[in-house]
Design a protein around this ligand. Sequence first.
Ligand code: UGA
Length: 432
Amino acid sequence: MKLCMIGTGYVGLVSGVCFSDLGNDVVCVDKDTKKIELLKKGNIPIYEPGLTELVTKNYKNGRLKFSNDLKKSVRDSDIIFICVGTPTKKNGSSADLSQVYNVIKEITTSINKYKIIITKSTVPVTTGDVIEKLLFKKNKKKTFSVVSNPEFLREGEAIRDFSYPDRIVIGSNDKKSNRILRSLYAPLLSKGAQYLNTSRRAAELIKYASNAFLATKITFINELANLCEKLNINVEDISIGMGLDKRIGGRFLRAGPAYGGSCFPKDTKAITSTAKKHKINLSVIKTVIKSNKHRSNILLDRVYEILGKKIKGKKISFLGVTFKANTDDMRDSSSLKMIPILSKKGAIVNYFDPTGFKTELSKIKNVRYLDSIKKTVEGSDLVIIHTEWNDFKSINFKNLVKRKKFSIFDMRNICSPIKIRAQGFKYYSIGR
Ligand code: UGA
């Protein structure tokens, strides 16, 4: 099948290359000419394990193409995936759909034969209805279907998530598009993915509800971790004990810093905003947003406690600053909340991240990037393991540096307390 992915961010690029790997002809379109030129040369703008290899392979065999020409790419394709960003509006909490509607405006005259127009971007319920109306104005014979097909890819795991999905959700109100899309996804269905055909509105809501629910699970266990610390209970036992109940499930019950990234914070806000428009109070999700906002303060209070309430002049090292491992993404990372506050209080902050220097931290006083774990940790009063990179899981801190007076605050529970304490360090973690 001939596919066109509009937008070469995480969603568009990963889905596009994976679809081409399944044997489809895919053109990935972006208005950013520089980005497209770089992609043609094999330079991938995002850090995603396995992506470079897959792009190179499919670009070479000719199934994957890159283009700036939106209209032509749409004309030449059968299925159009809209994969542009839907960030939070500058002055509010609802989703900014300007990029989606700009795309629609541009492609209305390119519908030269039957096409399926799909929103893969996370869009509020009824966006598909609006898109259909806009397209209908110029295409009265209605040679198109508008479908919602939300993505459930995690950054850092995106290729795996695409290749082995739990479910494919197709929100489509007509049989033709449903039949075509079932056959597009057939290679994944044969590996065990569930195919769910719903109304378009339901598919749009499934995406928000899923992200909001996962954010709720994380917030739930984060709050329980606070209680575990007071009661001298290991929160991991609680996660396992709860997760063994199949009704609950063990995934996304890992306590840690506030959840971040480009999706959970944005989507929890957007769904409450949609609900408000319809005079519905999603009080659980609102509480999750509030609790997550406060999470960094709770962890900072622990930092103050560990350092005896004296922060001025203290050397604090961050191992990992991205919002999670296997990504270079800093969006809504809790490190961006904690580091500026520590700097303001007079701390000297060193950081190391496997994905390198971060411009987001470059203007903060007394904060500097060092290019190795050893250099970062040297001379520290406190080492904070902020992100769960494999690189930090087996560090022998005792052999790493000469001055070993520092304490360790493992915000991801990736180290063994017994091992680290046996090396002579004061070790703190989350909920245990
Ligand atoms: C999330 C969803 O997991 C994807 O299904 C969805 O497609 C994507 O958003 C999206 O809407 O595009 P992502 O933001 O890449 O994916 O990252 P997650 O792996 O979900 O992690 C989000 C945050 O939750 C991170 O800060 C992570 O550290 C935190 N987290 C996750 C925990 O604190 N504990 C957990 O047990 C799991």
